[in-house]
Design a protein around this ligand. Structure first.
Ligand code: BJW
Length: 236
């Protein structure tokens, strides 16, 4: 951490790049297309209304695939940090996979929802869901056939915003890992954190769109740069 005073309260933001080396595709690298559709065209309430089968299939395929993937060294390093860090720590992930939890992280907030949850638009209940949704299964709570993926689409309000902003206000250190900085409000957290006095660090394969806002950028694959940074945090 250079000459910086030892931080106490940390907010970590993760994006698709942290799961890339587990074999989960990112959204915007190498074309960023799924069957010729941009994520901005399938991850919206309008797309779901227009062509629900297309959107449900997109999520069914990803929900199935994610269950065969494993956490990598970057997820594991963050879980060790979570277990050993005595100060406040909040791991805000934009990812809808469960690799942080499977690695052992506990203080995790999924701001864009979770693949393994289904949300009933009839009764508003969330249920753990590992199978497909395209055949319109009944909601376990109310029986209605109105389940959708419990994920946050463009134009919808991300989850946990009050808790996230409260953590950012208290943070001495804000660390962004493997996210392109293309999607708000997450892309704005670095500026919010700086305004509140936090030091800001980016760990990414290449500079993100908001790279200029970080005090420091360390470039490299997450499975290298994240364990190195965690080791530094725990020995300082
Ligand atoms: C590696 C690596 C390795 C690769 N190691 N790194 C105009 C201006 C500003 C905002 C808006 C605007 N018009 C509309 C908006 C708002 C809109 C928005 O941001 N649109 C943009 C397109 C501009 N945002 C919203 O609508 C959000 N809601 C909202 O704003 O509500 C109102 C509000 C107001 C005030 C406060 C709060 C709220 C909702 C956004 C929902 C996003 N949903 C998705 C889909 C989720 C479900 C699913 O998974 O399908 O979330 S879209 C998709 O993008 C997904 C991701 O979480 C998100 C971010 O992507 P991420 O993680 O950054 O991935 P990539 O692929 O972009 O980047 C990968 C990175 O990894 C790269 O940097 C690589 O270098 C790196 N990498 N390999 C380390 N091995």
């Amino acid at each position: 951490m250079g000459d910086m005073e030892r931080p106490r309260n940390i907010v970590i933001l993760t994006g698709a790049g942290i799961s890339a080396e587990s074999g989960i595709d990112t959204f915007r690298d190498s074309g960023g297309l799924w069957e010729q559709h941009r994520v901005e065209d399938v991850a919206t309430p309008e797309a779901f209304e227009r062509d629900p089968n297309l959107v449900l299939r997109f999520y069914d395929l990803r929900r199935e695939a994610v269950q065969a993937k494993l956490p990598n060294f970057a997820h594991e390093a963050l879980a060790i940090l979570d277990a050993q860090w005595k100060g406040e720590l909040l791991l805000v992930t934009q990812n809808v996979d469960d690799l942080h939890e499977r690695a052992g992280s506990r203080r995790v907030l999924h701001m864009h929802g979770e693949h393994l949850n289904a949300w009933c638009t009839a009764c508003d209940r969330r249920s753990r869901w590992t199978g497909p949704l395209i055949d319109r299964p009944a909601c376990p709570a109310c029986g209605a056939r109105a389940l959708r993926p419990d994920v946050v689409w463009f134009g919808e309000m991300p989850y946990g915003m009050e808790r996230i902003y409260a953590a950012i206000r208290q943070a001495d250190l804000f660390v962004s890992i493997g996210t392109s900085g293309a999607v708000y409000p997450a892309a704005g957290f670095v500026r919010d954190a700086r305004e509140c006095g936090a030091r800001t660090l980016e760990l990414n394969l290449e500079p993100s769109q908001g790279s200029v806002w970080f005090h420091e950028s360390r470039l490299g694959p997450a499975t290298d740069v994240v364990p190195e940074w965690v080791a530094e945090m725990l020995q300082s």
